[in-house]
Design a protein around this ligand. Sequence first.
Ligand code: SF4
Length: 417
Amino acid sequence: MIATLDRVAGRLAAASPEKLPDTLVPAGDEVCNYEYSYEDLFSERLRAASQPVTHLQVPLPPEYVNMSPAALDARIAAAKAALGTRLTILGHHYQRDAIIKFADARGDSFKLSQFAAERHESEYIVFCGVHFMAESADILSAPHQKVILPNMAAGCSMADMAPTDEVLDCWAQLADFFGPDHGIVPVTYMNSGAALKAFCGKNGGIVCTSSNARAVIEWALERGKKILFFPDQHLGRNTALAMGFSLEDTALWTPGKDLGGNADDALERATFILWKGHCSVHGRFKPEQVHEAHRRYPNVKVVVHPECVREVVALADCNGSTEYIIKVVTESPAGSVWAIGTEINLVNRLQKEQPDKTIFCLDPVICPCSTMYRIHPAYLAWALDNLVEDRSVNQIKVDGEVARWALVALERMLAIK
Ligand code: SF4
């Protein structure tokens, strides 16, 4: 299985990301290599398969599949002009340039969710990102606004690692072990489904992003004794270590195992119970790549995202959210050399926009976020053309109790300065 995935990764590495836009990535296809065991992979596939059918994308009409990049650009521009102020296009930093050039605002998931919460003028918010981001935008936007995800198959493998049944099983086990007054505050990273955000809201918990994880955890520790952190173990662990906690203060919860695979004393000792999830893009970065960057460029600065493993974060000069990475690189003097541990589309864009610096990705094997990459211009053109005809295709709608409790968790986060 790993060999098969490596071959897929090899094909991807052989193609530059700017050639891939001509190839529509079919719904459900995985093009990025994953570096976990067969057991982990199999279990992730099963869990992904249990996700709601909203992740399914209807096939594009052939006219869009066969359109040239120039024709797609013209269609998108025309639809955008026709919709005028009725439309806002949001573009995540990891989107390809062919999408970003049409974005009215670009940012990381936190910045874009703030945008959706504060700007209520447009009737349509077309979110060029992944599923959980569009869900958050829907929850935070006004009732008259419709949030559209151009390709429903644009999910997030990390968000899919924490399905509701396993989260509820974990919570029940913790209540059995510690008793009903366990004082555990659930915290979920923004990169999670609305159902998990709702679980946190309903149980006194909160959402965090990579920008505010520390402040959110401080908030949670003022209200409880322990943190149950979803779904990215690395952001949770790196934040705990940055706050002065030790590895012994953390326990890793493996879903599906008794007590998450922990001994009683390890669970009792832990302040942080970390869900065993990770990002398939940031999980690729290795300490050897940092050493190699230093070997090639003695004056290099290394900046990485906190979704990277702790060994990489420890070797980097600095780490932070996508917005932080952009800021620290942009504010550095001309002639600076930066090795960056984050998604390749953003790294390439930074190099293109700042030619007076040397900016490169820590990982020599190109690996875009395969799910972000599913927002191909053909899907954007198709979604916008439908909006021009007053048809809202691919609307993301989070309803009822899930929306209500997820909003509670999101608003707790947005209230933290
Ligand atoms: S970069 Fe990682 S966390 Fe972000 S959408 Fe892609 S898989 Fe999910």
